[in-house]
Design a protein around this ligand. Sequence first.
Ligand SMILES: C[S@@+](CC[C@H](N)C(=O)[O-])C[C@H]1O[C@@H](n2cnc3c(N)ncnc32)[C@H](O)[C@@H]1O
Length: 249
Amino acid sequence: MFCCVVVSFVVGYLVCLVMPDLRRRAFAAYMDYFTKAIDPMYETFKKEVFGPIKDIKSKIPELQKKHAIRILEIGVGTGTNFQFYPEGCHLVVVDPNPHFKKYYDANRAKFPQIKSEEIIVAGGENMDMVADNSIDVVVISLVLCSVNSTQQILQQVRRVLVPGGKLFFVEHIGEWDTKKHNFKKMFQDIFTYLRIWPYLFDGCELTRDTLKELEQAGFSKLNAKRKYAPIEHSFFQILNPHVVGNATK
Ligand SMILES: C[S@@+](CC[C@H](N)C(=O)[O-])C[C@H]1O[C@@H](n2cnc3c(N)ncnc32)[C@H](O)[C@@H]1O
């Protein structure tokens, strides 16, 4: 496993040097590979956070009649969260990397009960095509580590959510328990400040304080906690801890 990771890094690095668009294509391909390895570890963790989505009732009259809700997933990638979405929901997805589409479509085909409304190729900072007050639930998982502006995205989330609508999130953040995990914190700092990790993983930074950003975003209610995911492999420990929970508009 460790050898696979090292080989992927080296190949990815060389590809990035030669052609920038190949870098995004390569990122989509190795995310598809990595998520197959990581996802089983995240399953129970995500279930706890995203489980309540199935109980949400729409505040949009036309969807209420159909007993459906409208979900927006920002940074959908290969589409690892379909299993948490209720039957008949309407799904809008946003992602700036068009090379995820074929992996997304393959995963999406396994969940025919979800109605895809729109796939938008854009960053979450610029979602003007999503109308104000039109979304019941926004989902963001493992995305805010690599966006240009977390605050701009959270303001967009507040704009598109219906009043009382909810944002559900699972995000990895910088280690805060520096007494217990100072070695890991050191690696997170080195890989991020030398730009090695962001270069290989499409801008992903290991040091972000997303909890602080959520606290500053102006949601009416924030239910967030720092939590370690049950990640067994020592290499992936660098992605722990996380901030998980939900916020209400
Ligand atoms: C690590 S992947 C996570 C994918 C998926 N959410 C998951 O949990 O498996 C990060 C995703 O965020 C997307 N992304 C990067 N910058 C973004 C931005 N500014 N706005 C929205 N999505 C972004 C990437 O293209 C990629 O699909």
